[in-house]
Design a protein around this ligand. Structure first.
Ligand code: ADP
Ligand code: MG
Length: 701
């Protein structure tokens, strides 16, 4: 059944073709429903008329009554803007327009009273109002309706020019609601409204646009946010559960010898509780008969690699081969060495395959993979090549997932007729609530605990001018046998400048360094891969004391003896990058240090980032702070997920509601998987509507 809310916006009284066109282009409003879900971002007290003398801040909206005089065009041949003086009995302030200049020049009658409404800005220490909303005072209905609180809508210059500033939009809302009031049906089942003490949809929609009193605004918002988040969660959970999204998978039911022996005799430490929990989650996935696709999140150093290794042993005990893929040769080599070491003389056949593996060795590996004598292949992209054929690949680990594309992952899937179980590991934590929405249709495991005995890295923010003290500190550390990273920022647009920055820094350091014999490795993006590896390797082997580099070392490198991380121009890095870099130290027994170096001139956000880094080493807290500073738009994974289209709920501020609706949605789907029960049909209707939504006829025009 079509609802009146599906009508094209042109059919609303007061919206002609021109306005309709702008509403579409500027705000994405195509149909009635789009408009009614275009909510105010704040409210102004409309009954209140301020005096010019009351304007003390540019933080809030003011409604003033007064006269307009001194209209002046400013500019040489062509006017660039128009100013005017707005006065009441307490003083005057400036009005300014940059567009529609001719119209403005003819708009005002001297001595006549006008109401203006807007938010002032400050220019040269004086307040002015740019493009204020204006009505003739005599004709204004500003208080006729008795409406005290007025919703403030964001608008654009183009819309303002056709009379659709905030107040214009509010008028459309009034018209819309009076036409559609009967069509504002309830969309949530009665039992949910009751249990969560929510107001009806009609009451919420009317009051979010035209609130009777302040208290009802919060109730209206809560109701609308609840609904929005609940529907998203239902959708995600349904997707996740639907068999059509799952592939047939290998069944690992044996608890075998390798795992037991390794666990009881080789493991040098107790697993953390988080590691145990995650392994349990993975094991139960591996028994379902469906392919596992699980994301493993865990802070740097939380022991993800060990989890991966235990899963490799499970796979082996069930007669399958495994593969671990890392984004760089260094990382692959590192995994290979550390796994070799920890596995000791246990009978596991492991090989390393990278771009630099010699031809003979390569062929040997290929044939061992084919005849099944190789249990675990560790490597780089090289493992994806078509010549790499497994006898029976059952389990795949992809380390640092964001370095690999979907196509590359798909290639690994195809290496067995029944696809292998896939574990994707990432050390870039995203906040839980965001994970629930962004990755809500993936299975997620989280290691939220570090192995015991780690000393938190001591982090300090140091100004550039303290260079000599920094060098002195470095000298002390080197004398104690430690190794040091010095990292310079790299921004793609200006690679040349950055490289110069790095090389200058390097030369200055060598020149000023208060110590005769020390060795430095330099690694940057412009070097050949083999030179990079060579330099890196010297540092890994402890032949050099300092590693000067750009962020190429960001991911995964594990050198326990390197205990100092110095980040130059630290204000230019994002929070998650700073956290990744700091995660390179603090891996050994020694106290580690992170020095964040910056100039004195810092933006607010830059300063905030450095403060957070000094304050905490908890990756999830840092991710939470990052989300608050930047909003979800920049976070990895959010772009594709559609969560950015939220109309009213906020991923940053509504974490409580996200958890609440997530739990409710889980329960609902558990009891009523296809939402067939009478009260839940209302919910299903909404999900169906979303499915067909993209082809909505109202949008094709
Ligand atoms: P991640 O890959 O999550 O950054 P790793 O797997 O490289 O972390 O582990 C970091 C270090 O901690 C390794 O040296 C590893 O052997 C060690 N480790 C892992 N799990 C534990 C544990 N439960 N107790 C003590 N040390 C551990
Ligand atoms: Mg790792």
């Amino acid at each position: 059944m079509e609802s009146i809310l599906d009508s094209k916006i042109t059919y609303l009284k007061g919206v002609g073709p021109k306005k309709a066109d702008l509403l579409k282009k500027e705000l994405g409003i195509y149909i009635f429903n789009d408009l009614i879900t275009y909510f105010p971002f704040r409210y102004a007290d409309k009954s209140k008329i301020y005096k010019v003398g009351d304007i003390v801040t540019d933080n809030t909206y003011f409604q003033l009554v007064g006269t307009v005089s001194n209209l002046t065009k400013v500019g040489d041949k062509r006017a660039r803007y128009v100013t005017a003086t707005f006065s009441d009995d307490t003083g005057s302030t400036e009005l300014i327009w940059f567009r529609g200049l001719q119209w403005v020049m003819n708009r005002f009658v001297p001595g006549k009273k006008y109401i203006i409404f807007g938010k002032p800005s400050v220019f040269k220490n004086k307040f002015n109002f740019a493009h204020p909303e204006i009505e003739d005072y005599e004709e204004s209905d500003f208080n006729a309706s008795g409406q005290r609180l007025e919703g403030i809508y964001s608008s654009t210059e183009k819309l303002k020019n056709v009379g659709l500033g905030s107040r214009g939009i509010s008028k459309l809302q009034k018209e819309l609601i009076s036409q559609c009031i009967e069509a504002l049906w309830e969309t949530l089942p009665e039992y949910i409204l009751e249990n969560y003490n929510l107001i009806s949809r009609k009451e919420a929609l009317v009051n979010i646009h035209f609130p009777g009193e302040t208290e009802i605004i919060d109730k209206a918002k809560e109701r609308l946010k609840f609904e929005e988040l609940l529907i998203i969660q239902l959708q995600l959970i349904k997707d996740k559960n639907s068999v059509s999204h799952k592939f047939k998978g290998q069944i690992f039911k044996t608890v075998g010898n390798n795992l037991n022996v390794f666990y009881n005799e080789y493991l040098p430490f107790e697993l953390t509780n988080a590691q145990k929990r995650v392994i349990k989650e993975i094991r139960s996935d591996m028994r379902t008969g469906y392919q596992m696709n699980r994301l493993l999140q865990g802070d740097v150093g939380s022991g993800k690699t060990l989890v991966a290794l235990l899963c490799v042993l499970i796979s082996m005990d069930n007669g399958f081969q495994s593969c671990i893929m890392a984004p760089t040769e260094i990382l692959a080599t590192q995994h290979f060495n550390s796994i070799k070491k920890i596995i000791g003389d246990l009978d596991v056949n492991i090989e390393l395959l990278t771009g630099s593996t010699k031809k003979k060795k390569r062929e040997e590996i290929h044939s061992q993979l084919k005849d099944g004598t190789l249990d675990l292949l560790i490597g780089t992209h090289a493992v994806l090549e078509d010549v790499v054929v497994f006898k029976n690949l059952g389990f795949v680990v992809i380390d640092e997932q964001h370095r690999f594309g979907v196509a590359q992952r798909a290639k690994l899937w195809k290496k067995n007729s029944i696809p292998p179980h896939v574990l994707v590991m990432t050390a870039t934590p995203i906040p839980r609530t965001l994970a629930m929405t962004v990755y809500g249709n993936l299975d997620i495991s989280i290691i939220d605990e570090l192995p015991p005995g780690r000393k938190p890295v001591t982090t300090t923010h140091v100004f550039e001018s303290k260079r000599l003290r920094i060098l002195g500190f470095m000298k002390d550390q080197i004398k104690q046998g430690r190794q040091i990273y010095v990292v310079y920022p790299l921004i793609r647009e200006s690679e040349k400048v950055d490289l110069k920055n790095l090389m200058d820094g390097y030369h200055n350091m060598i020149h000023d360094f208060p110590m005769p014999d020390y060795q430095v490795s330099v690694v940057h993006g412009k070097m050949k891969a083999e030179d990079k590896d060579f330099e890196m390797q010297r540092f890994v082997e402890g032949k050099t004391d300092i590693m000067v580099s750009t962020t190429v070392i960001e991911v995964g490198v594990d050198i326990p003896n390197a205990s100092v991380m110095i980040i130059e121009n630290a204000e230019r890095f994002g929070l998650s990058q700073l956290h990744q870099l700091r995660g390179r130290v603090g891996r050994g027994a020694d106290q580690s240090y992170c020095l964040l170096i910056s100039g004195y001139k810092l933006s607010n956000e830059g300063r905030k980032r450095l403060e957070i880094m000094v304050e905490t080493t908890d990756g999830f807290k840092i991710a939470e702070a990052d989300l608050k500073l930047r909003g979800p738009g920049d976070l990895q994974g959010t772009q594709q997920s559609g969560v950015l289209d939220l109309k009213i709920a906020s991923l940053v501020h509504d974490t409580h509601l996200i958890t609440l609706t997530r739990n409710l949605a889980t329960k609902i789907i558990e009891r009523d998987p296809s939402l067939d029960k009478t009260p839940n049909r209302l919910l299903r209707k909404q999900l169906d509507k979303i499915k067909e939504g993209k082809q909505n006829w109202g949008r094709i025009s």
